[in-house]
Design a protein around this ligand. Structure first.
Ligand SMILES: Nc1nc2c(ncn2[C@@H]2O[C@H](COP(=O)(O)OP(=O)(O)OP(=O)(O)O)[C@@H](O)[C@H]2O)c(=O)[nH]1
Ligand SMILES: [Mg+2]
Length: 357
């Protein structure tokens, strides 16, 4: 159900707005009337059943996958692997400098996809003095977490236990560090279970940030509307999605699509297999934009999936987290952090320490 709150001076004018925007099928979910210093006001929350699908369709158009897409995608991945095998002898690797070859082989050991390797090869072969970081930098986008992320609402989604709540708290703390006067609140959409709930509430109190809990689309719409009046950034912690859960159902349950200015951050870990990551990302195809937050990189031993995912989704990397505590375990993502992680096995925290030294 699409839920939206309309306001005006009279019931009649608000009902007219609802009819115009949602049509005859809209149902009234709640109504409030009052009078302030000067005027009367009326606020009505209305919902309409069919609109979700329409909005979902509009939002997913760019990503809309035909029936059987997953199977087709799997077959195409296999075909790509065969093609890569076939073309390998013709790659003329001898045209690369020894340094370039070593770097490419290193990426292959980190499970970087052959298709990505092929895309790196072309520019490298044209210039033996070129560092591999140049074409890599062209393939991967970074948008470091912080003030640059202007949208008011930020929603953290991802599999169970990947580090969504921890990332949300750390990213709020980082925002506050960059901008001490910023008014930030948490919206907990995962309050059915105890742990994350207590952690978020505790940190919100400790850091003087707002805290709300939501359970359905009506409390969600009202909460976001209220929070938007008092806070510059609203950070939503979503429940995890298991491999068999549907993101569309989650969106419908909370009425998530109705929020404007919402950036979705997919929280992922390189400790997951590439098949798991592909399946997880597939779930979130319906939402555009946002970023990828990579967590638990301190627990991973290869980082090729970070490169593969950046190339296949085109999404920017916004942050890396690298430890189980909440302090000094998250860094807004910069290209040099990924290069050092892959080529020197150095965690972003170590890079930051060197920078500050
Ligand atoms: N080593 C390491 N542990 C982490 C990192 N991020 C989170 N954790 C740990 O992973 C566990 C799960 O973190 P949460 O933030 O609760 O993860 P979640 O995705 O919110 O979990 P659910 O809400 O249960 O789905 C906690 O024990 C965290 O301390 C990280 O970057 N590195
Ligand atoms: Mg959580």
């Amino acid at each position: 159900m699409q839920v939206k709150t309309f306001s005006g001076q009279t019931t009649r004018s608000v009902l007219a707005q609802i009819k115009q925007e949602m049509g005859e099928e809209a149902v009234i979910l709640s109504k409030q009337e009052g009078k302030d210093a000067e005027n009367r006001w009326c606020q009505i929350t209305a919902g309409v059943e069919r609109a979700v699908d329409e909005i979902q369709e509009a939002e997913t158009q760019e990503y809309a996958a035909p029936a059987g897409w997953s199977r087709w995608h799997e077959e195409w991945s296999e075909i790509k692997e065969y093609i890569a095998e076939l073309v390998k002898p013709r790659l003329q690797l001898h045209k690369l400098s020894p340094r370039q070859r070593l770097a490419l082989e290193h990426l292959q050991r980190h499970d970087v996809d052959d298709t990505v390797i092929l895309r790196l090869l072309r520019p490298l072969k044209s210039d033996a003095s070129m560092s591999i970081l140049a074409p890599l930098g062209d393939l991967i986008k970074f948008k470091p977490w912080g003030n640059e992320w202007k949208s008011r609402v930020h929603t953290f989604v991802g599999p169970f236990g990947v580090g969504k709540t921890s990332a949300a708290v750390r990213m709020a703390l980082e925002l506050r560090r960059q901008n001490p006067s910023m008014r930030i609140c948490f919206v907990n959409a995962d309050c059915a279970r105890g742990n994350g709930r207590l952690l978020l509430r505790h940190y919100a109190q400790l850091c003087d940030m707002g805290y709300y809990e939501i359970r359905d689309s009506i409390t969600f719409a009202n909460t976001i509307r209220d929070a938007a009046k008092s806070y510059d950034r609203i950070i939503i912690d979503m429940p995890g999605l298991g491999l068999r859960d549907s993101f569309k159902e989650q969106v419908e349950h909370f009425g998530l699509h109705a929020i404007r200015e919402n950036s979705f951050h997919r929280v992922l870990s390189p400790t997951a297999s590439s098949k798991q990551l592909t399946a997880t990302l597939e779930k979130y195809r319906a939402v555009k934009g946002g970023s990828i937050v990579w967590t638990k990189i301190d627990e991973a031993c290869t980082f090729g999936t970070i490169i593969n995912t950046a190339v296949s989704t085109g999404l920017p990397i916004s942050a890396f987290s690298y430890g189980s505590g909440l302090k000094s375990t998250l860094a807004p993502a910069k290209d040099v952090m990924l290069w050092r992680l892959i080529f020197k096995n150095q965690l972003p925290g170590e890079y930051t320490i060197h920078q500050n030294a």
